[in-house]
Design a protein around this ligand. Sequence first.
Ligand code: SAH
Ligand code: DHB
Ligand code: MG
Length: 211
Amino acid sequence: MDDTPLERYVDGLFGGEDPLLRQMREDAAAEGVPSIQVPPDLGRLLQAMVVASRATRILEFGTLFGYSSILMARVLPPEGKIVTLEYSEKHAGIARRNFERAGVAEKVEVRVGKGVDLLPGLHGQQFDLVFIDADKASYPAYLQGALRLTRPGSVILADNVWRHGSILDAADEDSRGIVAFNQEVTHNPHLITTFVPRLSDKDAAALSVVR
Ligand code: SAH
Ligand code: DHB
Ligand code: MG
């Protein structure tokens, strides 16, 4: 294991993943779905932000097999809803099955397509929290969408904004997307932003609150 000592210590304090989420992770891996769900520390931050923002409406870019949606759904009030956008039909199908297994299917709606193509269909809705975690090249477009679909006090959280520093070296469109996103969240006067490094040291999330 290449866990950092802090990561091992904190994960030990929390006592590890619950059996259902572990099973979903193993099932997804067996079906060839990449294990790129939120790590435990980011999962807890997401849950904390859902509660702190008193969220009842959540938008997520990138469903995968539903891991982060389930974490958020578990701390939403009974009337709370999540709209989660996923490009892969396969991932969306596995996620819908997992929402049934987790007893949160009533709270989570999966829409299939490219995030940028699905944005116009959300026009007129307002979200208390937006979690950006799909294709990195589209992060700037997702942020523009998030800014239109939120209110003062809403939280915008974006995963993978550091990638071990590789975003600075690589000239691929994913890295360029993240670099542009990071510029915007740090310079947009409507956002208060901080970067939250992972306990694993490998990556960071950008946490923004709309002012
Ligand atoms: N939020 C999830 C992880 C998402 S991984 C969790 O923590 O559990 C990223 C997901 O984005 C993958 O499922 C991938 O298929 C999806 N994706 C990739 N390109 C996309 C696009 N253009 N629009 C929407 N989803 C996309
Ligand atoms: C990877 C990790 C992520 O959290 C993600 O959203 C996409 C890719 C990765 O480690 O490759
Ligand atoms: Mg991610």
